[in-house]
Ligand binder design. Sequence first.
Ligand SMILES: Cc1cc2nc3c(=O)[nH]c(=O)nc-3n(C[C@H](O)[C@H](O)[C@H](O)COP(=O)(O)OP(=O)(O)OC[C@H]3O[C@@H](n4cnc5c(N)ncnc54)[C@H](O)[C@@H]3O)c2cc1C
Length: 443
Amino acid sequence: MTHFDTIVVGAGISGATTARILHDAGRRVVVLEARDRVGGRVWTVRAGGSTLDVGASWIHGIDNNPLADAVHAFGIRTAEFTVGSYQPDGRPIAYYSPTGARLSDAAAARFSADVHDFDEGFARTIADSSPRTSFGDAVDATLGRLDWDSDRLDRVREFLGHRAEEQLGVGQEDLDAHGLDDDAIDGDEVVFPDGYDELALRLTEGLDVRLGHVVTRVHWGDDGVVVTTAAGSFSADRAVVTVPIGVLKSSDFTVEPSLPEPVSGALDRLSMNAFEKVFLRFPIKFWDENVYAIRQQGEAGRWWHSWYDVTLDGRPTLLTFAAGPCAQETRHWSDERIAESVLESLRGVYGDRVVAPDGVHVTRWQDDPFSYGSYSYMTVGSHCRDHDDLATPIGGVLHLAGEATWTDDPATVTAAMKSGHRAAERILQRPVPFHEIWSPLDR
Ligand SMILES: Cc1cc2nc3c(=O)[nH]c(=O)nc-3n(C[C@H](O)[C@H](O)[C@H](O)COP(=O)(O)OP(=O)(O)OC[C@H]3O[C@@H](n4cnc5c(N)ncnc54)[C@H](O)[C@@H]3O)c2cc1C
């Protein structure tokens, strides 16, 4: 059995970041990756002339963000698309009323102002909320203090429910009140016209990455770690495990001895979400010009309420999300049935102008055995610190990293990168400037 300094389990952005830093520091590192590709939940599918990011799309705020710095240093092309955090405004959005009429600019501005007013009170409600308050209860408590007519209350209540679903892939009653505490974005958001996957490819250049290595067991102890895969066992002084919490919670993956507190309690309280992307490519563009997104208000938009114009490569393309309850209910539907359901909603907005799509792509992250969902969220009763607690070093030899282990901005690629960087710093026992991640360019 070959012995390594460090085994990194998973070649997503967190694992790639850890391995990159340790490798560049002269450590002997191997990355064991179950899939036949690197990137994990950063995954670009190129088909029929289109480039679709079927995992992460956005950098949610490029200011003071080492992820954005890395992308810039690697020369990866980005495009501004500041509508990825369920903003009510800021960029042009075409709002449609419950009856399908486009809201005037003044009516849309009034609605957005209501959301901003709500948000101010909401922050206070959350700060004062008792433990085990759900996001939905906090919404209701905040709305209860507003002297608005029922229509205004309904529209904002609905928007907040959709925000929980679309941001975190969970119904607002199942999300802790603090579940979106870190929601503020710093600077513009950007997407990747040529695909987000280039980031993972650049990070893993020159590393010893073993694809197709499904890890089933990690044994840790005073002497280090032994990691079991169907292709054989690997030993090392230590391991950094970056598999999604959906995998960590499953019976597919065993840690022996089992994870101690506070890691185990944190893992119990965090959960994997239900969130899928639906891309529809069309031969022509039939929707509003010069808008970033289209939103349907009211019952007609219960499931499909937001469409994003992701015509990045010139092919008219809309992206919508099956999020939370919608993702759970449509999980076993065929792609055709899901597409038809989305088109039916689009017809409520655009009527006969809706044409048949010439391409449909539906993701299936809930059924992905190397993820079991799209990203983590805080169940009711969890604590913000659960994210960081999940990364508590175990026995000096085992580290967990990944989006779920980062408190400030969990569920993002930024979190994955920062958590991978933290694990490497802990192993090297020295601060590592972020730019060392991309400094190989200068060597
Ligand atoms: C549909 C979707 C949309 C998203 N949108 C955004 C967005 O717009 N912006 C954003 O910032 N974030 C977004 N995210 C979240 C973002 O993709 C993740 O937070 C981030 O990529 C996680 O990186 P990671 O390294 O923690 O985990 P992963 O990328 O999941 O990496 C873990 C790796 O471990 C591997 N693995 C799993 N099990 C095993 C095993 N048994 N043995 C060996 N290897 C294993 C996996 O294959 C994977 O490669 C989205 C995610 C999804 C799915």
